[in-house]
Design a protein. Structure first.
Length: 216
């Protein structure tokens, strides 16, 4: 194997291969909230959704989606999830129109996910605790159950979408942006930068490779 024209020894090749594998495993280790449309243009019934992103093949059994009231911190709805994340890593829960159907395209599961408008929070948890949380709106004097700082309370018809499905800074204001056109079942193809922690690891490994090369 060569790196920019320089032949690498087998040990260095293994380091690079393991680094790439580690980057993928760290980036995709946890199921996250990917996109939430909580206030549709017109009626919400059957039109709103929650999108998750995670490891293909991962089971959602035992996970819950909770709506947390921004006024008093009470959990006003708790939705038991089921199913398996498909091969593209994107799982869409479309709101039930009332007859078991949904108007949301690409829905993998139909449940009552008509969350309240802000300031409120949506929390994803499993038996071990909170996996991810998104708070939106102005929580001055209210109860915030999201991460870091709250995302904006977007206009009707807009969704809140994670900027990069492989990165979670634990700050909703940084991690989510408003989308004028919601995209259930689709995530940005550019969402593949390596997380900072992995970049540190890769930098260290590159340094070791450089030392090994100089000694050779």
């Amino acid at each position: 194997m060569k790196l920019q024209g320089i032949a690498l020894k087998p040990a260095a090749q293994c380091v690079l291969a393991l680094s790439g594998a580690l980057a993928m495993s760290v980036a995709q280790a946890q199921t996250l909230l990917s996109e939430v449309l909580y206030d549709a243009a017109g009626t919400d019934n059957g039109s709103v959704f929650v999108e998750l992103f995670g490891v293909p093949g991962a089971s959602l059994d035992g996970m819950l989606l909770e709506g947390v009231n921004g006024a008093d911190g009470s959990v006003y709805t708790s939705i038991a999830l089921s199913g398996v994340i498909p091969a593209d890593g994107v799982f869409v829960i479309g709101d039930d129109s009332g007859d078991g159907s949904t108007l949301v395209a690409n829905a993998d599961l139909v449940m009552n996910v008509d969350f309240q408008n802000g300031p409120d929070s949506v929390v994803l948890r499993d038996n071990n605790g909170v996996l991810d949380a998104l708070g939106y709106g102005d929580f001055s004097g209210g109860v915030f159950a999201g991460e870091g700082r709250a995302a904006a309370d977007v206009p009707s018809g807009f969704s809140l979408a994670r900027v990069n499905q492989l990165l979670d800074s634990n700050d909703n204001l940084v991690d989510f942006i408003a989308l004028e056109v919601p995209t259930p079942g689709s995530v940005p193809a550019s969402a593949v930068p390596v997380p900072p922690a992995v970049m540190l690891f890769l930098s260290g490994m590159a340094g070791l490779v450089g030392v090994a090369r100089r000694r050779a």
